[in-house]
Design a protein around this ligand. Structure first.
Ligand SMILES: *Cc1c(COP(=O)(O)O)cnc(C)c1O
Length: 393
């Protein structure tokens, strides 16, 4: 394989070498079960406790409010299902948005089949939820508002503090899927009126298959996995000790370097947005220009098919992502791009590039040149483009 240009940091990130190194002894040396009483178990138990303390401190949370999970999806499932069950006596109405990750949307669909009602809020053309829409959607039987912190496709950062304030004013719980935001931008659960928060290790240079759910003290919840007394009896199963140690290490590194990484990423992002916008005709930037993650670029190119674009970029060693969910063989355009009002054809011709601190300006130049060439080639093969150009004359 030649040089790979990795521009899919919203899909996953490289496990930092320091993280992998910190994890290793917990496979081979301190492999004891944290629940055991001999001292080798104690070493694992202490490591888990330290990671929990580290993470809690970054959120302004208490140590016993952090529950380790098998990743972001599990945390989202837990937050929704357990709250729905625990508060069913109060009501069965949940408010969320149309641009959530499938871990939220599909869990909502599951709850709808079980008698819950879900309101899916529209977003503006810029991909942002209006807190006033949250207020208008509240009913006497509303038990939960769940709106993501930052969107994984178009990078829009939501007015979380304001949405949390609306929920709190009405005595309703507020959950946020912060998988894309946590360890990238500052998050504080008290300042931002957050009652529950999901995060994931592999989106911030930690290992895959580990994440956590923050649950504010006093909130009723239910055990998500039944069995042993791990995670204070709420999530059974022997702790993923190496994963937890890795997550703790990744979080420490991310917070130590947050400013520096953010600055670097914003520079790369802005360069891409500017050059693509200026040098490739008939394209549009999706998502708000200012209120977006520092690493997110999402463009639609008219008369271009996103899948072909990805394949041709891949042949040049460029890893990117499209706006279509091509998993399961279907080519449904992204629900996020449809929610911001893109027509199907435009949504199909979308490309997400998410940069990381390891990317370079030279790589950005190579990507822009590759894109210009590929978009030109694909348009040259498009009958729609041909018609369009004829009409322009
Ligand atoms: C990646 C992601 C998830 C899922 O996290 P996993 O750890 O992969 O399960 C959930 N929500 C958002 C916004 C994501 O980007």
């Amino acid at each position: 394989m030649g040089h790979i240009i990795y521009l899919d940091h919203a899909a996953t990130t490289r496990t930092a070498p320091e993280v992998a190194e910190a994890m290793l002894p917990y496979f081979t040396e301190y492999y004891g079960n944290p629940s055991s009483i001999y001292s080798m178990g104690g070493a694992a138990k202490r490591a888990v406790m330290e990671a929990r303390e580290e993470i809690a401190a970054t959120l302004g949370a208490k140590t016993n409010e952090i529950y380790f999970t098998g990743g972001g999806s599990e945390a989202d499932n837990w937050a929704l299902v357990a709250t729905a069950e625990a508060y069913a006596g109060k009501g069965k109405h949940i408010i969320t948005s149309k641009i959530e990750h499938h871990a939220i949307l599909h869990t909502c669909a599951y709850l709808e089949k079980r008698g819950y009602e879900v309101s899916y809020l529209d977003v503006g053309e810029n991909g942002i939820v209006d807190p006033e829409d949250v207020r208008r959607a509240i009913r006497p039987d509303t038990i939960l508002v769940s709106v993501m912190f930052a969107n994984n496709e178009i990078g829009t950062v939501q007015p979380v503090r304001e949405i949390g304030a609306v929920a709190r004013e009405h005595g309703i719980l507020f959950h946020t899927d912060a998988v894309q935001a946590y360890a990238h931008i500052p998050v504080n659960v008290d300042d931002m009126n957050i009652d529950m928060l999901s995060a994931s290790g592999h989106k911030c240079n930690g290992p895959k298959g580990i994440g956590f759910l923050y649950i504010r003290t006093g909130i009723k919840t239910r055990s998500f996995l039944h069995g042993g007394q791990q995670e204070r009896g709420r999530r059974a199963g022997t702790e993923n000790v190496p994963g937890i140690v890795g997550l703790g290490k990744a979080v420490r590194l991310a917070f130590a370097n947050m400013e520096e990484h953010a600055k670097k990423e914003r520079k790369l992002r802005d360069y891409l947005i500017q050059r693509i916008g200026e040098e490739i005709p008939y394209c549009r930037l999706n998502g708000d220009r200012e209120r977006r993650l520092g690493n997110n670029v999402n463009f639609s190119f008219r008369f271009v098919e996103g899948e072909s674009l990805l394949i041709m970029l891949d042949m040049k060693g460029i890893c990117a992502s499209s706006g279509s969910a091509c998993t399961s063989g279907s080519l449904d355009p992204s629900h996020v791009l449809l929610a911001i009002g893109l027509p199907h054809e435009t949504a199909h011709g979308s490309l997400r590039l998410t940069v990381g601190p390891e990317n370079t300006m030279e790589e950005m130049d190579q990507v822009v040149e590759a894109l210009k060439e590929i978009v030109g080639k694909l348009r040259a093969m498009s009958p729609l483009y041909e018609d369009f150009m004829k009409k322009q004359k």
